[in-house]
Design a protein. Structure first.
Length: 559
């Protein structure tokens, strides 16, 4: 017999002493297994009243805002083991009796997120006391957001909501605004990442105690919400149709690349029929220098094949696994540190991005850590970070320069405890592995069941790759595989993960460094850039090319 899901009602409170008791009393019997109140540094007696009611109380020592309050609400509910998390405002503006209406579609298996709509037929919002300026703002912004999202919600600004545990774990809600825009950001990301969002009708009730914000703050909230929606849709498409995270109506159609047929086993789907899409531009065995992160051998590659069945791109290399590992162990790459400040900026961005996803602890394991720059940055962000790296030079350099917890090793030789990491990070590693599917499967038991896998890799579907084709600079001899959203998603699923985020990495480098790296593949353009950098050496944004993406994935629950 399946156990009943645990329902936790959360109350984001600020100055709710006059309405809290009747809000809690109005919750239907057995509607929730637990009630958690988060007080946002209220100057009144909200905390005292809550404790007298016998509900769990979390107190913010300083005011963190409406969105900041919700972040704590959901984090505490997840930590408490909630299967369904409900948010009810304790100002009595939303009727607590509606909680069973919110949870019913989730319990029936028809929704991942629900919210109460004041415009769906149970009452007249204006007759219920909604201020005119809020009514007009709601109508205008809801219409715009529906047009952008391709949805048909009767409103998009309700504060009465319910979520499955899996829904919250699939969204980077800790990254959202600490202000009122939090609600819109979460809803928009839920829709564009493929969550099943259902609205249920609720009555409108505004009283003297109901919380409200000024016209000026309301206008700012509407502008932030619509702006966030426009950016999300531009990146992911209406209802997330272009997002690798959102489920689609079926598998992508089998690719039909042109080129000579080649028999070669596919590590992803097992098929043997490939075609040669980009003939080799290099010959012989690659020297150790070409396994360095800053190799000059850009656009120099072996034959690149594409699987006829799943579309995975792979290289046919003249070296075996043992020789590849030996080359990485022997790599010496001091040029990597020439752009240390820029690399630190990128790694700080990674740390901020992964911090948006809630995890249960602060244990971080990095695979292929190079000299440990990310480990250093992660420690500055409060992580208990450790890493492994095949290059003996890089390990010694990282320990000496940055004092990080770094040891020599590979993903094939890992000796880590099960569930010993809350985050596993791999930056620019997956494409170098002889068998990335086996590697990801080996990482799955090392990660906490609600942990996060964060990786970056080359994006063969990016703008630069599509334009340059066979001369794309990231076709290099140490890269054994090249991924698109569909093939990386399929690989993660085969290894026991599901993708929760896909985003282009915003990298910037000095013009002189770019000119040096681009020299072998960009000819006259690289020479012109090198000459210009002697006059001025600005930092140049490179992320718009779409070459490198960050992917976050969660372990798939075992059913």
């Amino acid at each position: 017999m399946t156990a009943r899901p645990k329902i936790v009602v959360t109350l984001p409170a600020y100055c709710a002493e006059r309405t809290l008791a009747k809000t809690v009393a109005a919750l239907p019997p057995h509607a929730a297994d637990k009630v958690i109140l988060v007080d946002d540094a209220s100057p009144d007696q909200t905390v005292k009243v809550a404790r007298e009611l016998g509900i769990q109380v979390v107190v913010h020592p300083v005011n963190r805002g409406y969105g900041g309050n919700q972040k704590t609400c959901y984090t505490e509910a997840l930590r408490d083991g909630a299967d369904i998390v409900v948010m009810v405002h304790p100002d009595y503006q939303y009727d607590p009796a509606a909680v069973p209406l919110l949870t019913a579609p989730i319990l029936a298996g028809d929704a991942d997120m629900t919210f109460g709509s004041r415009f769906a037929g149970l009452g007249d919002p204006r007759a219920g006391g909604m201020p005119l300026y809020r009514y007009l703002g709601n109508r205008v912004s809801t219409t715009i957001e529906n047009l952008l999202l391709g949805s048909r919600f009767t409103e998009t600004h309700s504060g009465l909501r319910a979520y499955t545990r899996e829904c919250l774990l699939s969204l980077p809600f800790l990254r959202y605004s600490d202000d009122f825009a939090f609600d819109s950001q979460l809803l928009i990301d839920a829709v564009t990442s493929g969550q099943r969002v259902v609205e249920v009708p609720i009555p409108t009730r505004y009283t003297e105690e109901s919380s409200s914000i000024s016209i000026r703050r309301s206008m700012r909230y509407v502008a932030e919400s619509v702006g966030y929606c426009a950016v999300a849709v531009a990146r992911r498409g209406r209802r997330g149709r272009r997002s690798p995270v959102a489920p689609h109506d079926g598998p992508d159609p089998a690719p039909a690349p042109a080129g000579p047929p080649v028999s070669h086993p596919c590590v992803l789907c097992g098929a043997k029929e490939h075609v040669l899409v980009y003939p080799a531009t290099a010959t012989g065995r690659p020297p150790v220098e070409e396994f360095a992160c800053t190799t000059d051998g850009l656009s120099a590659h072996d034959d690149i094949l594409q699987c006829r069945d799943c579309g995975l791109l792979s290289a046919v290399v003249p070296t075996d696994a043992e020789e590849i590992l030996a080359n990485y162990a022997d790599v010496v790459d001091p040029t990597y540190l020439d752009e240390e400040p820029s690399r630190r900026e990128v790694f700080a961005w990674f740390a901020g991005a992964m911090a948006g996803h809630p995890v249960r602890g602060r244990r971080l394991l990095e695979i292929g850590a190079n000299v440990g720059l990310f480990l250093s940055v992660a420690e500055e962000h409060g992580w208990e970070a450790r890493g492994v790296e095949p290059s003996s030079w890089a390990v010694e350099e990282g320990r000496r320069r940055f004092g990080v917890n770094l040891r020599q090793g590979t993903i094939e030789s890992l000796d880590e405890p099960e569930s010993g990491a809350d985050v596993v990070a791999m930056f620019d590693v997956l494409e170098h592995l002889v068998d990335p599917v086996a590697a990801l499967k080996a990482l799955r038991p090392l990660l906490d069941d609600e942990g996060l896998l964060v990786l970056s890799t080359v994006n063969a579907a990016g703008l630069h790759a599509r334009v340059r084709k066979g001369s794309w600079p990231w076709f290099i001899r140490s890269h054994l595989f090249y991924f698109t959203p569909s093939t990386l998603d399929a690989m993660l699923r085969a290894a026991g993960f599901h993708m929760v985020e896909w985003t282009v990495v915003p990298r910037t480098f000095h013009l002189s460094y770019i000119a040096h790296r681009a020299g072998p593949s960009h000819g006259a353009l690289a020479k012109a850039a090198a000459a210009a950098s002697k006059v001025a050496d600005p930092k140049v944004p490179m992320g718009w090319l779409g070459d490198i993406v960050m992917v976050a994935a969660r372990p798939t629950p075992v059913r």
